[in-house]
Design a protein. Structure first.
Length: 434
């Protein structure tokens, strides 16, 4: 660094003070590249991509610093030509397919096998949708409601058994309101999803909303609980009122064990009143909940008040287990999609990541990226993420689901009233965890 100019040294100090500032780091990389310090520029661009994997500017800068063909969008922006009408401007996205064709002889393939054909259960999960606000532009509300999204169960990789159960027990009746009216079934419903953390319960709830073409509203205890007497009950009522105004709407109660904990264990009367209010809202006296589909998720169903699972409330349950092999492949492909990888054998990686949750798999990809990044910074030679990095990261990550199964095993064996945990018991026997 002794050969660096005072300006670059000052920029390094600024970047060190704000390491997550991507534009600042890219400005430093541009200065380094301008002074012929290509390897240092690549290292800074790589760190920027760690903070913002989808940043097209960071990708383009790294390509230039590595001496690879610049993206067409960058060439169009730097050419001294009159500004074109918006409809005729070149796209600012980077065409990765064209770049791979141009450097096919120099850069190894990203995966050792081609990607599977798109189809239900085989596609990678999409990124969570960005909230679009409430339905009526003139109706200001404190509760954020997402407009009907495009994520459906086809975007959930694998997990076919869960999809089939959702379709049979929940979605099919809701998609056929005429049949429902014929058989006297109201257009409402409640489903309790339980299982170890990090296995995609929230994503499944969004997919259900997409299947139904319904708005999506996610609520947790932080949205409801208030220190002042009576405010928590009022907040709970407003949550359901908002969902009713936005019907059809999927109301997702995250960590319902906190919102609807067992009242017999509560010492504070205010929380008991909040649970009572939740029960009242779920009943929807007079058909008020028509078109409101309540989905709830919990890691500890044994802590949920038994009254919540009474018929007409959250009367159906769904066990969401760690992702199966097709789901793990989809999740790994999703988290590696914007990272510089070479010759990754997803089939082998899927086999060694059995029992890992979706969150664990994301951590494997992140840890492998850190390995390649640190190695590149230490040697001064930028390299791709390879199978050695991924296998090493997978070996270090222990399944975060193990403590949950240790607790759930005792409950399933000795407190399985009404057969609620029969599915969990069958899974534990199949995995030989009993």
């Amino acid at each position: 660094m002794s050969n660096e100019s005072p300006l670059i040294q000052s920029m390094r100090t600024a970047v060190a003070a704000a390491p997550a500032d991507v534009p600042l780091r890219l400005h430093l990389a541009e200065l380094l590249l301008g002074e012929g310090l290509g390897e240092a520029a690549v290292a800074e661009a790589a760190v920027a991509l760690q903070h913002a994997p989808g940043d097209a500017g960071a990708r383009a800068l790294m390509m230039r610093a590595m001496g690879l063909p610049a993206p067409a969008a960058d060439k169009a922006e730097t050419a001294e030509e009159p500004e074109q009408p918006a409809a005729h401007r070149p796209s600012t996205g980077f065409d990765w397919a064209a770049a791979e064709d141009e450097v096919a002889d120099a850069v190894p393939p990203r995966f050792v096998a081609p990607a599977p054909a798109p189809g239900p259960g085989a596609t990678a999960p999409e990124a969570p949708l960005v909230a679009d606000g409430s339905g009526d532009p003139g109706d200001a509300t404190a509760w954020e409601v997402d407009a009907p999204g495009t994520v459906t169960l086809a975007d959930v990789g694998g997990m076919e058994e869960i999809k089939e159960r959702l379709e049979a027990a929940f979605l099919a009746p809701m998609r056929n309101p005429e049949l429902g009216r014929l058989y006297g079934k109201s257009l409402r419903g409640g489903l309790l999803m339980y299982g170890p953390p990090g296995c995609g319960k929230t994503f499944i709830a969004r997919a259900v909303a997409g299947e139904l073409g319904a708005s999506f509203m996610s609520v947790s205890i932080n949205d409801v609980l208030d220190m002042w007497m009576g405010n928590s009950e009022r907040n709970m009522h407003e949550v359901f009122e908002t969902a009713r105004r936005q019907a059809p709407c999927v109301l997702f109660l995250d960590e319902v064990d906190a919102l609807g904990a067992k009242r017999s264990r509560m010492q504070h009367g205010g929380m008991r009143n909040t649970v009572n209010q939740l029960l009242t809202e779920l009943d929807g006296v007079g058909g008020a909940n028509e078109g409101v589909f309540v989905l709830a998720a919990t890691n500890v169903p044994w802590d949920v008040d038994i009254a919540l699972r009474r018929p007409g409330r959250l009367d159906r349950t769904l066990l969401v287990l760690p992702p199966d092999a097709p789901a793990r492949e989809a999740i790994l492909r999703y988290h590696l999609r914007d990272r510089p990888i070479e010759s990754v054998d997803l089939g082998k990686l899927v086999k060694v990541t059995e029992d890992l949750s979706g969150a664990d798999l994301a951590h494997v990809c992140e840890s492998a990226s850190e390995r390649a990044l640190l190695d590149s910074a230490r040697t001064g030679v930028v390299r791709m993420i390879n199978m050695k990095d991924l296998l090493g990261a997978a070996k270090e990550v222990r399944p975060s689901t193990d403590p949950w199964f240790a607790s759930a095993r005792n409950v399933a064996m000795f407190a399985n009233e009404g057969g609620m945990y029969d599915e969990l018991l069958a899974y534990l026997k199949r995995k030989r965890k009993l």
